[in-house]
Write a protein that binds this ligand. Structure first.
Ligand SMILES: O=C(O)CCC(=O)C(=O)O
Ligand SMILES: [Fe+2]
Length: 277
């Protein structure tokens, strides 16, 4: 994998802010048709497993399908922007929702007792064919990634306001923050739905890894301010706060804030006043 994708393929600050607020980033039809055609039989045959922590370069041989997938310029650029150069592969899996399978996967996060406030893993999800509403696209709850839960403990929750069921054209790739609440839906169609997932762990600090030329674009703050329909009136603000903290960490700017809220609640002066008696 080229260590530094060309600048034009890196994410912009507006796209990064979108990821930080929503917990995902979607690249529609980014994989060429010729690869999508090969994908289903390859995925059905199985992609050899790799041990946790295998460097991406060692996980998939040069020229192999998966290597070509992650080397597509826009995918390489997004991956670099999110987790940096030389990430390791946590695990990968092919997820098939069978035709008229009759059941859905419970809502869950792919994380358990993960309290990292700054570093995050990303999950690349690749859909080699069109996914219609009936086909059991991945459901996700935008903006849920920083509301900490443990894996499938949220499985009892059904149909949260603001949830999205993925409907997408062939060759779409979605990058998910590891904390995002999601689940494969029931496939009510006659066509099997395939998705290939790779989880990546960063090996560098996730600090300004994208194209920061537009860092002062007002749309950055607009993205970071997004509220979601499932937010509680007051506690929903916690999501904005956690987002501000993540943006501070990603930009290295500890004083970044949207409306002084993060500044206010982190004000814990250490200077001891000299009291004159
Ligand atoms: O099949 C799906 O759409 C989701 C599978 C899943 O939860 C995952 O890959 O982590
Ligand atoms: Fe999952």
């Amino acid at each position: 994998m080229p260590p530094y994708p060309s600048r034009e393929h890196l994410l912009t600050s507006v796209q990064m802010a979108h990821f930080v607020a929503q917990g995902s980033l979607r690249l529609d039809a980014v994989v060429p048709e010729e690869m999508n055609h090969q994908a289903v039989s390859l995925l059905n045959a199985g992609i050899p497993a790799v041990p946790f922590g295998t460097p991406l370069d060692d996980a998939f041989p040069p020229g192999s399908f998966v290597r070509r997938l992650v080397e597509l310029p826009r995918i390489a650029g997004a991956l670099h922007s999110l987790v940096g150069p030389a990430p390791t592969v946590d695990h990968h899996a092919v997820h098939v929702r069978l035709p008229r399978e009759g059941k859905a996967q419970n809502l869950h996060g792919d994380a358990i007792i993960d309290v990292r406030p700054d570093a995050f893993d990303v999950q690349l999800m690749y859909y080699p064919h069109d996914v219609t509403l009936e086909m059991g696209g991945t459901l996700s709850v935008p903006g849920s990634h920083l509301r900490r839960i443990n894996e499938s403990d949220i499985g009892r929750y059904q149909n949260l306001r603001g949830q999205v069921r993925l409907v997408c054209p062939a060759g779409t790739v979605v990058f998910l923050h590891h904390g995002l609440w999601h689940g494969g839906r029931r496939n009510d169609s006659d066509i099997a739905r395939h998705m290939f997932k790779i989880r990546f762990n960063p090996t560098v600090r996730q600090l300004r890894l994208w194209n920061t030329d537009d860092i002062n674009d007002p749309r950055v703050n607009d993205e970071l301010r997004a509220r979601f329909p499932w937010h509680e009136n007051a506690t929903g603000r916690l999501e904005i706060y956690n987002r501000v903290k993540l943006w501070q960490s990603l930009t290295g700017n500890d004083s970044f804030d949207l409306d002084y809220w993060a500044t206010r609640v982190s004000n814990r002066p250490q200077r001891v006043a000299v009291v004159h008696r």
